[in-house]
Design a protein around this ligand. Structure first.
Ligand code: OAD
Length: 240
């Protein structure tokens, strides 16, 4: 059994957003121009967009997937993986990239899906790893249903929400990294930690909704702030 699976370790829950992958070259969603890679989200990330022009939606996500493949985990992803040496770490990410996994984190819950998987439009249980493939119109599941990206679009359910809420409610330490906390229900998770939990936010622009009285705020990029916090936590853990 590895150290990280020991039930006696203190539980850290990390809520991560696009900011943790920004320094890996993946754009955040709410940049200055209000566009996501040149698109309004309703043109590419809604069931209506899919109904209107599935080829365009597939093209958009194929391009995003290509960027994810080319990206590498940064110092923040790597530090969070290293934290497992002293803590039971669960990562609840809004990101659809796989950079936490590629950095070595072993428990990653994707709230908004995973871009490296395709899902059948007629059989939600049918998930297909894409590897180096794209999705094209005409690509189907064994039952004949068109494949789509396994991502949550605006207006769709967030099936992993209950599991995420359960994890946060057991956190001894809650660490939020690189999320504007503007998208619900994900944003509501930060308020579910137990009263006694230590709460930390790392983001160069601390979101307004973060209550400064109960969160320690580190206004730094993830690649600087997260290794600092991880180093401190591992030192504290070792001193105990
Ligand atoms: P946003 O783009 O809304 O917020 C990104 C956050 O990252 C902001 O608070 C930035 O200040 C911060 N940030 C930028 N650079 C950073 C860096 N180097 N280090 C740390 N933080 C940095 O992204 P999310 O909050 O993840 O959903 O967005 C949530 C959801 O909205 C996404 O999962 C996506 C989107 O629409 C769906 O697609 C369903």
């Amino acid at each position: 059994m590895s150290l990280s699976s020991s039930p006696s370790l203190q539980r850290v829950v990390v809520i991560s957003g696009a900011g943790v992958s920004a320094e890996s070259g993946l754009k955040t969603f709410r940049g200055d121009d209000g566009l996501w890679e040149g698109h309004r989200v309703e043109e590419v990330a809604t069931p209506a967009a899919w109904a209107a022009d599935p080829a365009r939606v597939l093209r958009f996500y194929n391009e995003r997937r290509e960027q994810v493949r080319a990206a590498r985990p940064n110092a923040a992803h790597r530090a969070l993986a290293e934290l497992e040496q002293g803590y039971h770490v669960d990562i609840v990410t809004q990101n659809v990239d796989d950079l936490h996994e590629r950095a070595g984190s072993s428990r990653v819950l994707h709230l908004h899906g995973e871009i490296m998987l395709a899902r059948s439009t007629i059989d939600a249980g049918c998930l297909i790893p894409l590897g180096d493939r794209d999705i094209s119109l005409g690509d189907t599941c064994p039952l004949g249903g068109q494949l789509r990206p396994h991502v949550v679009w605006f207006g769709e359910e967030v099936p992993a929400m209950a599991a995420a809420a359960e994890l946060v409610s057991q956190a001894g330490i809650l660490l939020c990294v690189g999320t504007s906390l503007q998208v619900y229900p994900a944003a509501s998770l930060v308020f579910l930690a137990p009263d006694e939990a230590r709460r930390i936010v790392v983001d160069p622009h601390i979101p307004e909704v973060v209550p400064r009285t109960i969160f320690e705020c580190l206004a730094r990029p993830a690649s600087e702030g997260v290794p600092l916090i991880v180093e401190e936590l591992l030192r504290q853990g070792a001193d105990k």
